[in-house]
Design a protein around this ligand. Structure first.
Ligand code: SF4
Length: 348
């Protein structure tokens, strides 16, 4: 999103230079040779929810090969996350991997980085340098200013690639602390035109992680700092994508798909808005149009919200009312509500 940052091509996604912010997530399990069909179904679901780039850990050669094979089966840009062993990076680059995440400093001897950088350049594959507050070099660990330490660590890695003429670089500097994440990215963006992958690392479980990530990322993205993002949660990939998507909408004022309003439910609720929202969440967020949906529990606020939405549903005593563009289209019992709501959703 940052207009001044260099554009990097990650598979079919352009990152930087003012291109739309892409939301990423990371696969949570090891890939299995007999799990490709299931993996492709999950990738399809993540893509429908708004995932633009998907990262996998590649801890060994076998994982690199499985990931490489999977990358050949999907249009989703798949990223290999590699530490320490340059041979894994080289093996990934034999396949249509969209990007590798590797820190030059932990590959060992300089000639290993020579090989990786040369092969990545040859294949047109970008590299993300990912600096993390939990794994800073020992000399930087001692610096009192963690944000500055993150920036120096990133600059060192950057210099190593620069010295090899490798320019298709994305940088991330993540801390588990919101303030350090904000300051490190601000400082780096004031000095460099490198595209930034932004996120709070190890942000925590769903609620805490969403709050911390929203504060940090809104602070950056609303000022044009950051080109792609991940919300790192101790929770599902789907929730990481939805959280990222919501943060992008709030920071940019641009929503790419559906907007869901749902009431918190109370003792007045005529039907269970929590369960209904959980059942319909993925279908609603997979809508590729800018539509508003309201799911409300009772007549106190329900008809008001539902009327202003493209599609609304509200409890009303022992009945459920469905609104379409402000007009009541169904007055039904709760048992029929899902079917009728689904039909109206399909018509949007
Ligand atoms: S809309 Fe009704 S059920 Fe939902 S929180 Fe408000 S008063 Fe309670």
């Amino acid at each position: 999103m940052a207009k001044h940052s260099r554009v990097v091509k990650v598979g079919r996604v352009l990152v930087g230079g003012g291109h739309p912010l892409s939301v990423q997530t990371m696969w949570k399990e090891p890939l299995r040779a007999d799990g490709f069909d299931e993996a492709l179904r999950i990738i399809e679901r993540l893509e429908a929810l708004g995932c633009g780039i998907l990262r996998f850990a590649a801890p060994d050669i076998e994982a690199a090969e499985l990931l490489g094979r999977l990358a050949g089966m999907t249009g989703m840009p798949l990223v290999a996350d590699i530490h320490f062993d340059w041979r894994i990076a080289l093996r990934c680059l034999d396949y249509p991997i969209a990007k590798i995440r590797v820190n030059p400093g932990n590959l060992g001897a300089p000639w290993k980085l020579d090989e990786v950088a040369a092969k990545a350049a040859d294949k047109g594959v970008p590299i993300r340098i990912g600096v993390n507050s939990g794994s800073l070099p020992r000399d930087l660990e001692r610096l009192p200013d963690r944000a500055e330490a993150l920036v120096i660590a990133a600059e060192r890695e950057l210099e190593a690639l620069d010295a090899r003429g490798f320019v298709a670089v994305i940088v991330s500097m993540k801390a588990s602390n919101v303030t350090d994440t904000l300051r490190a990215n601000e400082l780096f963006a004031s000095k460099h035109d490198i595209a930034l992958h932004v996120g709070v690392t190890e942000a925590g479980p769903l609620v805490q992680g969403c709050v911390r990530s929203a504060v940090a990322l809104h602070g950056l993205l609303s000022r044009g700092i950051g080109d792609t993002l991940r919300v790192s949660l101790s929770d599902s990939m789907e929730n990481e994508v939805l959280a990222g998507r919501e943060i992008v909408a709030l920071a940019t004022g641009e929503r790419s798909g559906a907007d869901l309003v749902s009431c918190p439910r109370c003792g007045r609720a005529g039907f269970d808005t929590h369960a209904f929202t959980a059942r319909w969440r993925d279908a609603i967020y997979a809508i590729q149009k800018q539509v508003s949906i309201a799911v409300m529990g009772c007549v106190v606020n329900g008809p008001g919200e539902a009327k202003h939405a493209d599609l609304g549903i509200s409890g009303a005593g022992d009945k459920v009312i469905i609104f379409r563009k402000g007009q009541i289209v169904h007055n039904c019992d709760a048992a029929s509500a899902d079917t009728l709501f689904g039909e109206e959703l399909a018509r949007l």
